[in-house]
Design a protein around this ligand. Structure first.
Ligand code: NAD
Ligand code: UDP
Length: 314
């Protein structure tokens, strides 16, 4: 692949940092932009000495002038705890952030890929979820700032394409996990792994019968890069691992793989917590020739090894 100048917003976050690493390794010049709300400089510290890598502290709710060929718009807190902390800001990040990045893409004729989410399907009535499903989202609930913000970001990608000819693309990311999630981030895999490694009880919300389908970070990054570099297909396309597990099954897996003796405690189910989620990845297979290659046991082993190191150092 020829060298490109690539902007990654949210580049110091969990997914963004892996993406930056991959894009630098592919020989591109990467500008990582982040306001460090839920990301950390530590996540990209190993890239800082590389002349192909640049880090900018900036908030995408305000415009920025840069010269780039591609934009991965990944800035947005993704953990429910983080996005509900300041919901108005979350909406601004998704909506004003998308407008600013689309404005930049329009000015410099860059291609832009929006990180959307399975949350656009809300609490889905269709299972598994294909891209053609319009979703079942509460517009005024506590998760709406995230779900509706991303839905508007998708709308903007399409309106800028239709109205201004911007080369915009959308991926819908399903629950992704792996090294560099924050230990206190609040998402289920980091919570369970950290709780197990500390010998604390695993906190299952509700009865644990709700399902999720977990995608390992390396698979997600591969899907995102393929989508960005494919001509004549704009998406949206689901990127996720279709292997579906209940939260109780996940808890049991984490206990088995860590060898922890932790108990399981049940906590109240958060409001509007989707009961089931599984991507239909037929479109990704057909258009991108992509499917995940790391199963949950293998991905959990790598994630557990990472958190063991982190917890030892802290
Ligand atoms: P993350 O919270 O680790 O990363 C988000 C990054 O964006 C952080 O570094 C944060 O500091 C930065 N950020 C937030 N608001 C910003 C702003 N206004 N200006 C500049 N930077 C800002 O989360 P993640 O899991 O890496 O998610 C990355 C993207 O992927 C997000 O857009 C998220 O919605 C999407 N996504 C993630 C998942 C998942 O399971 N991890 C699922 C669906 C969608
Ligand atoms: N969950 C849980 N215990 C935790 C954290 C989350 O049982 O400590 C549940 C949560 O209620 C949800 C699922 O795990 O049903 C996935 O939660 P997460 O926050 O990781 O992602 P999302 O709800 O956004 O899919």
């Amino acid at each position: 692949m020829a060298t490109k100048r690539i902007l990654v917003t949210g580049g110091a976050g969990f997914i963004g940092s892996h993406l930056c690493e991959r894009l630098v390794a592919d020989g591109n010049d990467v500008v990582c932009l982040d306001n460090f709300f839920s990301g950390r400089k530590d996540n990209v510290a190993h890239l800082l000495g590389n002349p192909r890598f640049e880090l900018i502290r900036h908030d995408i709710t305000t415009p920025i002038l840069l010269e780039v060929d591609q934009i991965y718009n990944f800035a947005c807190p993704a953990s429910p705890n983080a996005y509900m902390y300041n919901p108005v800001k979350t909406v601004k990040t998704s909506v004003m952030g998308a407008i600013n990045m689309l404005g930049l893409a329009k000015r410099v004729k860059a291609r832009i890929l929006q990180a959307s989410t399975s949350e656009v399907y809300g609490d889905p009535k269709v299972h598994p979820q294909p891209e053609s499903y319009w979703g079942n989202v509460n517009p005024i609930g506590v998760r709406s700032c995230y779900d509706e913000g991303k839905r508007v970001a998708e709308t903007l990608m399409y309106d800028y394409r239709r109205q201004n000819g911007v080369d915009s693309k959308i991926i819908r990311i399903f629950n992704t996990y792996g090294p560099r999630m924050q230990a206190d981030d609040g998402r289920v895999i980091s919570n369970f792994v950290v709780q197990a490694l500390r010998g604390e009880p695993l906190t299952v919300y509700g009865k644990g019968g709700q399902t999720r389908s977990f995608c390992f970070i390396d698979d997600l990054v591969e899907g995102a890069v393929r989508m960005m570099n494919l001509d004549d297909f704009f998406g949206p396309v689901n990127i996720g691992n279709p292997a579906e597990f209940t939260i109780m099954e996940l808890a049991e897996k984490v206990l088995r793989l860590t060898g922890a003796k932790s108990t399981i405690v049940f906590k109240p189910l958060p409001q509007d917590d989707p009961t089931q989620r599984q991507p239909d990845i037929s479109l990704a297979k057909q258009k991108l020739g992509w499917k995940p290659s790391v199963n949950l046991d293998e991905g959990l082993k790598r994630t557990i090894a990472y958190f063991k190191r982190v917890l030892k150092e802290s």
